[in-house]
Write a new protein. Structure first.
Ligand SMILES: NC(=O)c1ccc[n+]([C@@H]2O[C@H](COP(=O)([O-])OP(=O)(O)OC[C@H]3O[C@@H](n4cnc5c(N)ncnc54)[C@H](O)[C@@H]3O)[C@@H](O)[C@H]2O)c1
Length: 425
């Protein structure tokens, strides 16, 4: 059954979810405080880069719109998805400012409502947040009762940037954490066309499923990076090891590609937030503390390897291929290239970079770092050494012969370089 959906926060998760809900036959209205994003969505153009997103926005233009007006959006909808950011706070915990702001606004709007409405938290929030923090705010400002006058659910999102549209439409599972039966039924109906397991849980279990998933994936990567560091030391190829290990069905091959570590908008902030939550609640987080430690040292290994070949980097031109935290996204949040570039700056190297999508974001975030932004990947190759930090398709077939290449991501063709070093192989 077609639903009218409001999505608050039109970023990677909100806009992709909204666009996919329209593709599935629903009407969607996105709300964002960023007027430029609103304008762009209303023109049928995605304000972020994600495969297939523009196509959906322009094909279903008549069913998706955007506004800055919460009231208008929520009034014409049956369900509101909260998809605003939950960044790290200064102590590594979670900053709930945006979510709380939005929940307060929803509460105020529900006050004058005379129909039932489902409030769904899709932002990643720590266990206990929906039940103990957001529900009381909603009840206070709406002067209504959760479970009676409105529904409350927690529906974590597992999409990956770069393949977000595909992931949203083809999930491994859908998790519906709910406070009340009516909101659970409502979401079950919304997701009825999906051919995957639907797990129904409490609000807090849904929140913990999201954190446990991200923490496990980060752990798997840090684990294989540690093994990779051992392998490098004894001249063993960590990818051969990963292939052998990954065939064990209990382990699996995914997320066993060693390299310079995990970055992005989710793993770093979510792992740190769970560590901080554990400490606040009196639990030990031994494993997760070390997962972060391994990840912090891993990118700098690339510079160590570089210095094996060029011991003094002062004045040397070092080319970097890739700024995005992974291919097919323009997102540079917590990209592993950031500590690498900062280290090269400290060593007084001249830095040249190229990334097909993420250069504008990098310039904006680091305006003071002196970097030469190249207009092509080939231009980067004209350096004293090249570091591979993200594998975009257009880097695969470059001519690396005659170059010094230090590879953080395993680009097979780069092995034809004059000097080639892989970070864990
Ligand atoms: N990016 C991912 O891959 C991913 C995957 C799964 C879950 N998540 C989680 O989803 C949430 C959103 O992440 P994201 O990457 O989409 O963030 P994002 O920064 O790309 O988007 C957030 C959007 O919310 C808007 N916003 C902020 N305050 C607002 C307000 N008061 N009212 C309306 N809009 C407001 C911002 O302008 C921005 O467009 C986070 O909790 C994140 O952890 C992200």
């Amino acid at each position: 059954m077609q639903k009218n959906i409001a999505v608050i926060g039109a970023g990677y998760v909100g806009l992709v979810s909204g666009a996919c809900f329209t593709k599935l036959g629903n009407n969607v209205i996105c709300v964002d405080v960023d007027e430029k994003k609103v304008e762009s969505i209303n023109k049928g153009k995605a304000p972020i880069f994600e495969l297939d997103l523009d196509e959906i926005l322009s094909s279903f233009k008549d069913r998706i719109q955007a506004t800055t007006d919460y009231g208008r959006a929520i009034e014409i909808s049956d369900i509101t998805f909260v998809c605003v950011g939950t960044p790290s706070s200064s102590d590594g915990g979670i900053d709930l400012t945006y979510v709380k702001q939005v929940i307060k606004e929803i509460g105020k709007i529900l006050k004058d409502f005379n129909k039932w409405h489902n409030v769904v938290i899709k932002s990643t929030v720590l266990p206990g947040t929906s039940q103990n923090i957001l529900l009381p705010i909603l009840e206070k400002y709406s002067e209504k009762k959760a479970g009676k006058d409105f529904g409350l659910s927690m529906n974590p999102e597992f999409l990956r940037e770069g393949t977000a549209v595909y992931d949203f439409l083809n999930p491994d599972r859908i998790v519906i954490g709910s406070f009340d039966n009516k909101s659970k039924e409502n979401l079950r109906e919304l997701y009825s066309s999906f051919d995957c397991p639907i797990i129904e849980t409490s609000l807090s279990a849904a929140e913990m499923i999201k954190y446990a998933s991200n923490c496990f994936l980060g752990t798997k990567i840090s684990f294989i990076n540690e093994i990779g560091n051992f392998c490098k030391g004894i001249g063993v190829d960590a990818y051969e090891v990963a292939d052998g290990v990954g065939l064990d069905k209990r382990i699996g091959r995914a997320f066993l590609d060693s390299g310079i570590g995990w970055g992005g908008s989710c793993f770093p902030k979510d792992i740190n937030a769970l560590i901080s939550w554990a400490k606040q609640n009196g639990y030990l987080s031994n494993i997760l503390d070390d997962v972060v430690k391994v990840n912090d040292i891993q990118p700098l290994k690339l510079v160590e390897l570089l210095k094996k070949h060029i011991p003094n980097l002062k004045g040397k031109t070092i080319g970097i291929l890739g700024l995005a935290f992974k291919p097919n996204t323009d997102d540079i949040r917590e990209s592993r290239v950031i500590p690498i570039i900062l280290k090269l700056v400290e060593e007084d190297a001249q830095i040249k970079v190229y990334d097909p999508k993420a250069m504008d974001n990098f310039k904006q975030q680091f305006p003071k770092i002196k970097i030469h932004y190249c207009s092509s990947a080939e231009e980067v190759l004209n350096s004293e050494a090249v570091l591979i930090t993200t594998i975009w398709d257009e880097f695969i077939d470059l001519d690396y012969s005659g170059k010094i290449v230090i590879d953080g991501r395993r680009l097979e063709n780069a092995k034809s370089a004059k000097i080639y070093e892989g970070v864990c192989w």
